[in-house]
Design a protein around this ligand. Sequence first.
Ligand SMILES: *Cc1c(COP(=O)(O)O)cnc(C)c1O
Length: 386
Amino acid sequence: MKGQFPIGKLENIKTPFYYYDLDLLRATLDTIHQEAGRHDNFCVHYAIKANANPKILRVIRQAGLGADCVSGGEIEASLKAGFPASKIVFAGVGKSDWEIELGLDNNIFCFNVESIPELEVINELAGKKDKVARVALRLNPNVGAHTHANITTGMAENKFGIAMTDMMTVIVRAKELRNVRIVGLHFHIGSQILDMGDFQALCNRVNELQMELERHRIVLEHINVGGGLGIDYQHPNRVSVPDFKAYFDTYARQLKIRSGQTVHFELGRAVVAQCGSLITRTLYIKEGAVKKFAIVDAGFTDLIRPALYQAYHKIENLTSDEPLDTYDVVGPICESTDVFAKQIDLNRTKRGDLLAIRSAGAYGEIMASGYNCRPLPIGYTSDDLI
Ligand SMILES: *Cc1c(COP(=O)(O)O)cnc(C)c1O
């Protein structure tokens, strides 16, 4: 064992692969249960897009979370994993007809609607099935999040959601439609957010919008504040479970909830990121003109976050205790962006050493591609290796 890794078992598996520590996932889910459970009107959904590995979904479903889907495929994956349709929400700016029909056929909890044309299409498709679709309006709260520009979603310039100023127009339009019923408001301001002030800003915005609704004598069943809670990529060992207490308490304190209203959350990264690592084998150590490269057998096809958003992932050598040396850790793919980390310290590394690229449980395996005709990585759990 080095840290939480059963090295002996990992050494016999063909690399690269994902390794998920289910004890940590369960501990994370316990904390969510405990901290959200202090507030009896809080309902937590898991954002399937962060990781849809069936073994991970099963553990999350067993913990009682609902599902947040952004495609028909995710609705199918969550139903297959046993999430009840009554706990499935469905968001996305571009829902295809078959995806809407899938949601209608399964009587999902709610469609998070992002435009008037979409509302009209849901109304029409629900009408053909003689159903009334439950919808929440996804509003763009124009709240900035202190995170990477590519993963903010709640600014006026982003493609997501309906402008706040159109809220009443859309509600009035929806009242004319017989096969949709507005049951909530939905928001999602971005991802990897660690500053509780950003969530507080969202709460303030929701409070203003609820006042406006109240002036029209409208009280909706629920408020869905989306996800976005970040994790500590620098210290996966020390801070392995995110601060769910601060997160839920912020909403409990700041959000002015009407009586009978429920508050829904859609957490992805915060649930699964820390339990997963990408395990890769060192192929070669190349002494370049100005630096040393550790060339590994994983590439951005297996974990694209560093190439896509210059994301930092901590890397550990699982099979060396030698003194530290400095490396660029790079993959085999024919692209200059195929770099996991530059100028990082690792225990001195040689051909054959196993490296763990940490905090890779979210937006890792699920974003893998077959570029360069590379096989998709397999995900193993700690339960598989007992
Ligand atoms: C991506 C997404 C989430 C989850 O975001 P995290 O940052 O992983 O918590 C939640 N809701 C919607 C609508 C999303 O698109």
